[in-house]
Design a protein around this ligand. Structure first.
Ligand code: AHR
Length: 350
């Protein structure tokens, strides 16, 4: 039995993860009554094969999704729904429209309903202490997905599953430094940030800056938030291009693909060629961005993997079985350039 358990865990986690720090949470919560599911995606089909013989009821997972602002987010939501169905987990999912207070309301409703586990994709980094204390007081384990949060007490959540946003910024910056190596003089960079105070926006910005801080040739001359939306990216880029021509950027770093695509529209409006008059680097790696790369409009895309569903469901099952999980799980990711775009396009899953 023990050998089977170890083999099972090894296969599961090694398939998906780089394991960093080990955490120590994992109560068996079988005594809690299951929540009822009405407006949720309810996908239980198999009551016969429990993860652990002690766990006889379907797991009920309350998931507070932060919004539907981007193609990435849509893929993330779809991945969670599909994986819940596959895993026979009852999913109660709410969409907060990028509003932290709506996330609080959703989490409180999960607590009232007595779900087994709560998963949160936090819209911003701060302000979570109190609500997580409430979940802890109700004895409901919490999984953080996609974006991290700042809390003084790390026992308030079991594990954080998501990308290394800082590293994504570093990759974007390294590509730019190499791509611009033959240019002389100052290089003006425009930056389209995501949602203000969100982890990806903060950390991608930090990672990007880290690589150029000792090289004054690279100057971020314009920077605005575009809220991770296509319209936000277009609007901010239009504002950048209202500056005198001599101030226009030679490089655009967009914190996601949707904003990059919006910016491309704004760049074309003023008669410039995206991808050659302005070098464009973005983050996510959606199929839409790959299509833009194939057309020569985007030069490089740093991958950020939204397909977290299987990992989240696996973590939920592990927690319910009383197993210990790593405190941090990072999804492996790549960077793609125009040269690879055509070949890779067919493989994109989102
Ligand atoms: O948190 C992940 C980020 O959020 C993605 O890069 C972006 O597209 C999404 O809106």
């Amino acid at each position: 039995m023990r050998v089977r358990g170890i083999k099972w865990m090894t296969i599961t986690w090694c398939l998906f993860l780089v394991l960093l720090v080990s955490g120590c949470y994992g109560e068996n919560r079988e005594s809690k009554p299951p929540a009822t599911a009405t407006d949720e995606v309810s996908v239980v089909t198999d009551y016969e094969t429990p993860v652990n013989p002690k766990v006889t009821k379907p797991i009920v997972l309350g998931f507070s999704q932060l919004g539907s602002e981007s193609t990435w987010r849509e893929a993330n939501t779809a991945s969670i729904k599909e994986a819940a169905k596959e895993a026979n987990i009852t999913l109660i999912m709410t969409n907060a429209d990028q509003d932290q207070h709506k996330q609080f309301e959703a989490i409180r409703s999960f607590i009232r309903r007595g779900v087994d586990i709560i998963a949160i994709a936090p819209v911003v980094q701060t302000g979570w202490e109190e609500i997580l204390q409430e979940a802890k007081a109700a004895d409901i384990p919490v999984i953080i997905i996609d974006r991290s949060l700042n809390v003084s007490d790390s026992s308030l959540y079991v594990t954080f599953i998501g990308s290394n946003f800082y590293e994504e910024g570093v990759k974007a910056s390294k590509y730019m430094i190499d791509r611009m190596r033959h240019h002389t003089g100052t290089i003006r960079i425009a930056e389209l940030q995501g949602t203000v105070s969100s982890t990806p926006s903060i950390n991608r910005g930090l990672g990007f800056r880290k690589m150029i801080e000792s090289n004054p040739r690279f100057q971020i001359t314009q920077s605005k938030p575009g809220n991770f939306t296509q319209s936000g990216g277009k609007e901010a880029m239009r504002e950048f291009l209202q500056e005198p021509r001599s101030q226009w950027p030679q490089v655009l770093f967009a914190h996601n693909d949707d904003m990059a695509i919006g910016a491309i529209e704004a760049i074309q409006e003023v008669g410039l060629k995206p991808g050659s008059d302005i070098i464009i680097i973005s983050v996510d790696g959606t199929r839409r961005a790959f299509e833009q790369m194939v057309q020569g409009h985007i030069n490089a895309v740093v991958e950020c993997n939204p397909l977290l569903g299987p990992l989240v469901m696996q973590a939920a099952k592990e927690i319910m079985s009383g197993r210990t999980l790593p405190k941090r799980m990072i999804t492996p990711e790549d960077i793609f350039t125009q040269e690879l775009a055509d070949r890779e396009l067919a493989n994109r899953k989102y």
